[in-house]
Design a protein around this ligand. Structure first.
Ligand code: X2X
Length: 320
């Protein structure tokens, strides 16, 4: 307990369970912060959006006001506060991880960090929720028409429009309420990434079909209240940032590995996995284009172009 007089415990909120890679990334962050500050600073982690009464969208707002120190959350949860964050998750913006890394590690990531700072949140590092895959209990989804009439739980407003474009009946619901809603048949399906959420939160126990349609990418990030950030000297800022970057690199690598190994695991657990052909992927892309266009307008065409230009120069190819 050396330095106990100045020891501080800061609070971090995230909105998934304590088995996810979000949690593991947050734990790594705490571990690194303790190590790098010689035990002076530690992070207490609150999963399942406990500090906002289960409201996953409210966490970012609280950090922005300085009522909460840190948040680990994904882009879509920030869109009520910062609509531009929806850019990451535009349907079929990204063709793969190389495209993703080119944006989070390049000018688009920097631009988003500036926009977030205007709302009182300093983005310290980007991690990964991942490509969101669709699951349900009614039938295998092989074409847009298969979503017709399905009751789909979604996390945020953009996904409402995407699901409507596909003919589904979407409803926004907190993630913490989704497992029991699926179990009780309140909704037929949902969409989430395999490695970060579907496996650690055991969605396979209450869902029969999964289609790897990769329709939307969702990054996570470590954000800190700007008020708190500005109370620190340069050395402390550098220390905390380095810990966040290392923790998110770790989280991202783990998430990608768990996703890669995840398909076989889900089959073992009795899920029926459908992998769409290129043609079928194109049909999903076409069917969601109206939602892409509407949200590109909302987040701002210049911002979308910055992302698309960066993607075009990465070795992947832009899907839109
Ligand atoms: O609520 C979800 O679906 C989750 C956990 O992926 C997000 O936070 C967006």
């Amino acid at each position: 307990m050396g330095g106990a007089a100045s020891a501080e415990t800061l609070r971090l909120s995230h909105n998934t369970g304590d088995t996810t890679t979000w949690q593991k990334g947050a734990e790594k962050f705490d571990e690194l912060v303790r190590e790098k500050t010689g035990g002076e600073t530690s992070i207490r982690i609150f999963p399942n959006a406990q500090l906002t009464g289960g409201d996953q969208m409210k966490q970012a707002e609280m950090v922005g006001r300085g009522a909460l120190d840190f948040v680990v959350t994904s882009a879509i949860n920030v869109t009520p506060l910062v609509p531009e964050m929806a850019v990451f998750s535009l349907p079929y913006l990204y063709a793969g991880y190389e495209d993703v890394d080119a944006t989070t590690g390049g000018a688009p990531g920097e631009r988003m960090t500036e926009i977030m700072a205007d709302h009182g949140i300093v983005v310290l590092a980007w991690g990964e929720n991942g490509f969101r895959e669709v699951t349900n209990n009614v039938r295998p989804i092989m074409a847009p028409g298969d979503l017709q009439g399905l009751k789909m739980r979604v996390a945020g407003p953009m996904y409402i429009d995407v699901m409507n474009a596909l003919g589904a009946n979407p409803q926004q619901m907190q993630w913490t309420e989704t497992f029991s809603a699926l179990q009780q048949g309140v909704v037929d399906g949902q969409e989430n990434p395999i490695g970060a959420v579907i496996i650690p939160q055991r969605v396979y126990e209450v869902q029969k079909y999964i289609t790897t349609w990769h329709y939307s990418y969702d990054p996570i990030f470590v954000g800190v209240s700007q008020k708190l950030w500005e109370s620190w000297d340069d050395e402390k800022k550098a220390t905390i940032r380095a810990a966040a970057e290392e923790a998110m690199d770790f989280q991202k690598a783990m998430t990608r590995e768990d996703t890669e190994n995840g398909i076989a695991f889900l089959k073992e657990k009795g899920m029926e996995v459908y992998v769409p052909s290129d043609e079928e992927m194109q049909a999903f892309r076409d069917a969601t284009r109206s939602a892409f266009d509407a949200w590109a307008e909302k987040v701002g065409p210049d911002l979308v172009k910055l992302f698309q230009d960066t993607i075009a120069t990465s070795s992947g190819t832009s899907a839109n």
